[in-house]
Design a protein around this ligand. Structure first.
Ligand SMILES: [Fe+2]
Length: 387
């Protein structure tokens, strides 16, 4: 079998199908440790840098298991091809390398249909490289988006495939961990860009301010979207209730944990807001289905690999957080779990506020890496079982 290239979506599908293969990441260990491929299921993942293949070829090759598919990943594509050629010379016959490098994995969006039973379709777009989710709501020939990433072509192609126009794009907050797509989508499609003054007032974005409790709809009926301010992760954090059935919770409610309130450098003040939002959320209908902005682990997904749980279940899973005795206990919990945020976050915020422009390659670089948005400082996990 000749060498071949594969795409990020192929890799995701193989991981989901539990294909017998080894993923070999040939970036250096620093880049690897910062960010690497994750899967819903355990899979063999090997990090051998391409320098090792260059300098100690025999030794490096000996570390790669034989008689299994080898799928190589690198930063840009070139070094993966280089290693693939070495392996081919050494008699490996099922060797593929990732076209476009790891950033294509970082940008991959996987659409999942959440609901289609009430005359509209609700999609979750999972971004495995960021452990985040954006959403699309389709009714008739119109689509609303929630927290789109900067992979604009994906959303525009998706809308076109549904025969839809994007009419509204909503942000749940000023994102710190990835470059948001709403401004660009609005510019390219004419969609209305909605955001909360609490986060966006000082931005240079052409947005329409949200009002707490306001209802947003489609031109020809269909489900209504109710705006629910849930400050805490940021002062302008906003959730959206769709058709009184689904709760798009941004970085407020996660399936595990809640959004951390310390990213703005005002941990106590924002923790107070978050505490109040938590009390309010506890009064909502527990049958609402929570659709979070992030996940920590694939273990949170259901059997269909969709990140959705009833609010009742989420409150139960995170009882220690939702049942904190008082604000002081909550602040103590936040402080115990505080940890530094990635340096890029300050820059990403400015880019999202349109207060700083970055060239495309720098945007790619800023946008890469798993989010750090949850309040609980879980030990860094890797589902990968090392070979
Ligand atoms: Fe986030």
């Amino acid at each position: 079998m000749a060498l071949f290239t594969y795409e990020a979506k192929d890799l995701f599908q193989w991981l989901v199908d539990r294909t017998d293969m080894v993923v070999v990441d040939v970036r250096n260990d620093k880049d690897f440790n910062r960010f690497h491929v994750e899967s819903p299921f355990p899979f063999p993942l090997l990090n051998v840098s391409y320098y090792d293949f260059m300098e100690r070829e025999e030794e490096a090759v000996a570390r790669v298991p034989r008689n299994r598919g080898i799928r190589i990943v690198c930063a840009k594509e070139g070094s993966a091809r280089y290693v693939a050629e070495i392996l081919e010379r050494h008699g490996f016959d099922d060797v593929g390398y990732l076209a476009g490098g790891i950033k294509t994995w970082g940008n991959l969006l996987v659409p999942k249909l959440v609901a289609a039973d009430h005359g509209y379709q609700l999609f979750q777009f999972i971004r495995p490289g960021k452990a985040s989710c954006s959403y699309g709501l389709v009714s008739g020939k119109e689509m609303m988006l929630f927290d789109p990433s900067r992979n604009l072509d994906f959303y525009l192609d998706f809308a076109a495939a549904q025969g839809c126009m994007v009419i509204k794009t909503f942000e749940t907050h000023l994102q710190a961990d990835y470059i948001a797509g709403s401004r660009e989508i609005a510019r390219r499609t004419g969609a209305v860009f909605f955001a909360n003054d609490g986060d966006f007032k000082t931005s240079q974005n052409p947005y329409t301010p949200l009002t707490d409790g306001a209802m947003h709809g489609f031109s020809l009926g269909g489900p209504m979207v109710r705006v629910l301010f849930t400050p805490g992760h940021t002062p302008g954090s906003t959730s959206y209730i769709i058709d009184e059935r689904f709760l798009i919770s941004g970085d407020m409610i996660f399936i595990s944990s809640v959004g951390r309130p310390d990213l703005g450098g005002k941990a106590e003040e924002w923790a107070g807001m978050l505490y109040d939002s938590i009390q309010m959320v506890k009064q909502l209908d527990r049958r609402l289905l929570v659709l979070p902005g992030h996940y920590i682990d694939w273990e949170e997904a259901n059997g269909d690999l969709v990140f959705v749980r009833s609010l009742g279940e989420v409150l139960e899973r995170n009882r220690s957080i939702y049942e904190m005795a008082d604000l002081a206990a909550f602040i103590a919990f936040i402080k115990e779990n505080m940890r530094p945020q990635p340096e890029e976050y300050a820059v990403i915020r400015l880019v999202n506020a349109n207060l700083r422009q970055e060239e495309e390659p720098r945007q790619e670089e800023l946008d890469l890496g798993k989010n750090e948005c949850a309040a609980s400082a879980y030990a860094k996990k890797s589902e990968a079982q090392r070979v």
